[in-house]
Each structure stands twice: as C-alpha cells, then as structure tokens.
Design a protein around this ligand. Structure first.
Ligand code: GTP
Ligand code: SPV
Ligand code: MN
Length: 593
C-alpha cells in the first residue's frame, strides 16, 4: 500500500481518474492497494482498533473477523439500483433507468466531499484467471476498508490486476463511498456505455463490492451482448461419475436459492464426486470446438451463512476454519461465530446477535444471525475447489440448469426439448423472493435466468442474445429446470436436498450421455419413476410421484402469468419465445382433454 505520489502507477487514464475523484470526494489521503499481506494486516489492525471488526478466537478461526454492517444496510437494494443509458428503452421494463444528467444531479452531488477525513483506497482487481484471455480488469475507488478486505478475497486484487491493466483504458471504473449510510441517500448507478459504476450510501454485499454484481453481471452482460458471450448468475461444478468421467454443469438459481450449496455438494451416492469451479458468477464463451466454455471471474465466495452446517454443506464449513470475514452473524462468548441452522445451542447460552445486542435462544424475538448474514472466503480454501478454477480457457459446459424456489408447481426436475425451449424455460422462471434483497420474502416473482436484478440491458434483447448464442453452438449444452423447494400439504419440503441433489444431477448427466430415456410431459421431458436413483435413502416412492407431478390446469394458469410477463417486453421479445409459449399451450390443452 502506498500513496499516489510515490506509487508506480503508470497508467495515465487511471491516474487522471484517481485525481479527479479525489478532487470531488476530498479524502484525507489516498492509498493504492497492492494486495499484499502487510497491507491486509495493517487494514485489519486499524479496523479492529476502530471497532469495525471483531477478531475471533485465533485458536478457533485464525486471522478471521466479524464485521457488523449498519442495521439499515444488510442486503442489496434493488429499488435504488439504476442503469443509465442514453435511451430508456435500452434498459427495458425490468430495470430502473436514470439519465446521465439526473445521475449527476442526484447522485454525483452526494459524492462531493463525501470522503472528508477518510482514506480513499484505490483497488485494482482482475476478474478471471490470471492467464485467461477472457479476464477483465476493474478498479474500485472506495472509502470502506471492509470493501478492500473483501475484494482481496473475492477477486485477484492488487499487483496482478495492475500488471494486466498496464496502459489500457478499457477497465471498469467503480466509485464507491459509504456516504452517510442513509437509505435516503443510497444509490447504485451503472453506466454500461462508459464502463462506470457509482455507488453511495451502502457498505454491504452487491451494493458495495462493485466487482460482483455491478461489474461481473450488469456491466459485463452488456459487453457480453456486444461481443457474443454470456455473463450469468450461475455456479459452475464438475461432476465425476464412478467410471471417472467428468462433465461440467452451470446452474442459475436466484439469490439465496442454493448455488453455493450445489457448487460444493458432497454426494450422497457412492463413487460420485463434485469439484467446485464457481458458486455465483459465470462467464461463458462459444469455443472453437462448438461447445460452450465457462470461467468463474471471482476468486472467493460471499456465501449465505444461515442454514450452513456440517450436515447440509460440510465443504463450506471446512472452508471457514481460517482467514474468513463473517458479516452480520452472531458472536458467542468464546469469540466464535454462530447462525441459525449451524448447530444446536443451549437455550440459555448468552450470545451477541448480529446487531451486537444480548441474545439467548429461550427468549429470542428474532434470529441471532441476520437471515442474509454471510461469510467471505477464498474459493481455494474449499476442499472441493477444482483444479480447473485457474484454467485460462475455462471448462466445457455439458448442461445448464435453471432453478427456483417454488413451494408448488415446478417438479423436482425436467429437461427442455432443445436450446430454444431451454431459453423459454429460463426466461419464464419464477422464484420466491429471499432475504438477499430488501423487501418482502416468499413472494413468487418472475426472475428470468436468475438475472432479473442483474441484467444490465433490456431483457427482451437478452433473450434474443441467448437464442443467438445457441445458434453458434454445434454442441450446445442440454438445458434443465430443477426445484429443491417443493412442499407437501404439511408445508414441509418434499425433497431432502443438499447431498441428495446429486441424484438429480446423475439423471441430468445420464440424459446428456443419452444413457436413459425420458417421458414426454407438456412442460418438457421428465424422468421415468425409476429414473431418479433413490438407493441408500429411505424415501417413499409416492413422494417422488408428488415431486414429479405436473398439474396441467395449474400450468395453464402459469402460462397466463407468463404471457403477461413476456408481454412487458413488447416488440423487443424474440418470436422464438412466443412460439414456445404457443406450443406449450397446445400441449397443455391436448393433455387436459
Ligand atoms: P446467493 O449467494 O444469494 O446468490 O445465494 P445462493 O444461490 O448461493 O444460495 P445458497 O447456496 O447460499 O443457499 C441459500 C439458502 O438455501 C441456505 O440457507 C441454504 O441452506 C438453503 N439451501 C440450499 N440448497 C438447498 C436444498 O437443496 N434444499 C433446501 N431445503 N435448502 C437449500
Ligand atoms: C446475491 O444477492 O445474489 C448475492 C449476494 O450473491 S450480493 O453480493 O449481495 O449480491
Ligand atoms: Mn448471487
């Protein structure tokens, strides 16, 4: 870490931008981050001194900390997130639009003097493997040391990024300030045309770690459209069968719907193995061999804590033994962390909840850990981290899985008939809202490809782009839809999920290999009743029937909802999707007569 004056920063446009930002935001000093251990230790020391980090017991979690964000700042704020383009129709009906002029008036003005008395950190970061032609550079300017420590885990940060940047101007410029943390003065604005992001008033997650959703999805999706690739909200995993054959799979589930968990699953079938390439973001390119290839642009995980345990996700738990930043979890008296679903605790054990208030289970009014509390940890610490994680070319994708959180309707798994039908299945996904964004939870909403909050342009054009990419692929991945969250009449999950999800992945790969047949249903291709391997589990077959049931009249109603949703895109909606909707309606009608 060094100040701008003494730094070896040679990139003239980077220097000019840093100067201009400092003139407007007025920090007391400027630090260019190099990603070193010394820099990390110095920032941690300062933050512990200022009470912004709590050091955990070094015997239990060496070099690990708890951070508490402002209680009004605990999740992404979609209603305060904007895309700024020349023409409003280019952001489409699912994004908030703001003109450049308005953004300067309403948002840039809030940056005036906002870093007074604070240090301005300049954080160069690389998205993607160091030697990948697909990797991209960004620089985030921030006054939050928590953001600096987090980016150091989540990205290849510092020297490696600067080396890649050299004198290029083609980097994403993110300007971030905590501002006064007031939700009234909180904004995240993206300018895809100039590769800029302005974020103020939040220090949490996707609002503040600009490499993540802002750069790798909202800005990158626009670049991907222009350049013929895909920037997606997907995990990437390698699945190896007992014969030693490996296929790679990418899966899009909305926020807090199971990507991290599936990406590092410990299979409940003997002889099967999962390797984790990515848990949240995936960039995919048509390869010369006609297949779709994927890289994970990130270097770490920002994973949901509640529900994570040695039983549900042992690989995540084993990743968390050292060098972790926990955010908004509960703190035990022994300076260890805790969250709901992690382990049994004594009814009368006294802890501090995520706000720092005294908490005991026996008289709890609310959870000890915030429902969107998280851990930040390098992916390399995960026992299942894939050797291909750093591969510049990425991995070839054999199957794409879409999935949602749906108490009713969607079966455990089905397969799309072909690429166009698969794009329809992704485009018409519905999932119940979660604590990952502010607002009510449990409300079903359309969330195409799990990208509703993250697509940086008109989603009508995005669907067309998906169709176009498919046309370029001589060997397109097969597309599937899954739902781990269907409930029975008692309101409980019908499917045990987690390690048992490998049983569904197994069927998916058997379909990819052409090893099994499927049965035709109006919505797509379903497993035969003996298609899902239930060996070694105590699972009544009737329950599998219930999980795989397709209720024709309920799907007919769903088609009405779909028509209304797709109608919002007007003439930007590609014909292919309407064709798919029409064929679905025909098949449903036939099945109901
Ligand atoms: P983001 O990081 O917000 O994008 O979330 P994510 O998609 O990575 O979700 P994650 O894997 O963190 O899971 C979110 C919540 O769903 C956690 O509380 C998990 O315990 C729970 N969950 C994940 N997989 C399953 C499953 O197969 N069944 C059930 N019942 N719950 C699951
Ligand atoms: C999500 O909400 O999908 C996340 C967490 O992965 S955040 O970084 O806040 O976007
Ligand atoms: Mn996510």
């Amino acid at each position: 870490m060094f100040s701008l004056a003494e730094s070896s920063l040679s990139n003239p446009s980077l220097r000019a931008w840093i100067r201009a930002t400092a003139e407007h935001t007025r920090p007391s000093n400027i630090r260019v981050c190099d990603g070193s251990e010394n820099e990390r230790a110095a920032i941690e020391r300062d933050m512990v001194g200022a009470g912004a980090l709590v050091e955990l017991d070094p015997k239990l979690h060496p070099r690990s900390f708890l951070h508490r964000s402002d209680p009004t700042d605990v999740a992404r704020t979609e209603h305060l997130t904007f895309i700024s383009t020349k023409h409003e129709e280019d952001v489409g009906p699912t994004n908030n639009w703001m003109s450049r002029q308005d953004a300067e008036k309403r948002v840039w003005s809030l940056f005036a003097g906002c870093m007074h008395g604070r240090t301005m950190y300049v954080v160069p970061y690389l998205m993607g493997p160091v030697d990948s032609p697909h990797s991209r550079v960004g620089v985030e300017i921030t006054d939050s040391p928590y953001v600096v420590l987090s980016l150091r885990i989540m990205t290849r940060m510092g020297k490696e990024a600067l080396a890649r940047l050299r004198n290029s101007e083609g980097f994403v410029r993110g300007t971030h300030s905590l501002g006064d943390l007031s939700p009234e003065r909180r904004f995240v604005v993206h300018f895809p045309d100039t590769l800029e992001i302005w974020s103020i008033g939040s220090g949490y997650g996707g609002n503040a770690l600009l490499s993540k959703k802002c750069h790798s999805l909202r800005i990158a999706s626009v670049q991907a459209k222009k350049e013929g690739w895909l920037a997606e909200h997907m995990l990437i995993l390698g699945l190896t069968n007992p014969l030693g054959e490996t296929h790679y799979v990418a899966a899009a589930f909305p926020s807090a719907c199971g990507k991290t968990n599936l990406a590092m699953l410990v299979p409940n079938l003997p002889g099967w193995k999962v390797d984790t390439v990515g848990d949240d973001i995936c960039w995919m390119y048509p390869g010369e061999d006609g297949r779709l290839w994927a890289i994970n642009p990130e270097n770490g995980m920002f994973g949901v804590a509640p529900g994570t345990s040695l039983k549900t996700n042992p690989n995540a738990m084993r990743s968390l033994t050292h060098d972790v930043i926990f955010t908004n979890v509960a703190l035990r008296a022994n300076r260890n962390v805790w969250w709901e679903g992690m382990s049994k605790v004594d009814d009368h054990e006294v802890m501090q909840d995520w706000r720092g208030d005294t908490w005991t289970k026996s008289d709890a009014q609310a959870p000890a850990a915030h429902p969107n509390s998280r851990f930040t940890v390098p992916l390399a610490q995960c026992p299942s981290a894939s050797d291909s994680f750093n591969a510049g070319s990425g991995v070839p994708i054999s199957a794409i899985i879409f999935g949602g959180r749906r108490a009713k309707l969607a079966p455990l798994v089905y397969e799309a008939r072909n690429w166009q039908h698969g794009v329809y299945v992704g485009a018409t996904m519905v999932s119940e809202t979660t604590a990952a964004a502010t607002g009510a939870v449990g409300i079903p909403r359309n969330d195409p490809m799990a990208m509703l909050p993250f697509c940086g342009y008109n989603m009508g054009d995005y669907f067309a782009h998906w169709l176009a990419v498919g046309q370029q692929l001589r060997h397109p991945p097969k597309i599937f839809h899954v739902n781990w969250f269907r409930t029975g009449n008692d309101g409980r999950f019908l499917w045990p999920g987690f390690g048992d999800n490998v049983r569904v992945l197994k069927w998916i790969l058997e379909r990819v290999d052409g090893a099994v047949t499927a049965r035709e249903a109006p919505i797509g291709l379903l497993p035969h009743t003996d298609g899902i391997d239930l060996s070694g589990m105590d699972f009544p077959e009737e329950r599998l029937f219930e999980l795989l049931a397709v209720d024709g009249s309920a799907w007919m109603q769903e088609a009405g909802r779909t028509l209304e949703f797709l109608g919002r895109f007007g003439n930007r909606l590609p014909h292919g999707l309407l064709t798919e909707l029409r064929s679905l309606l025909n098949r449903l009608q036939l099945s109901l007569h």
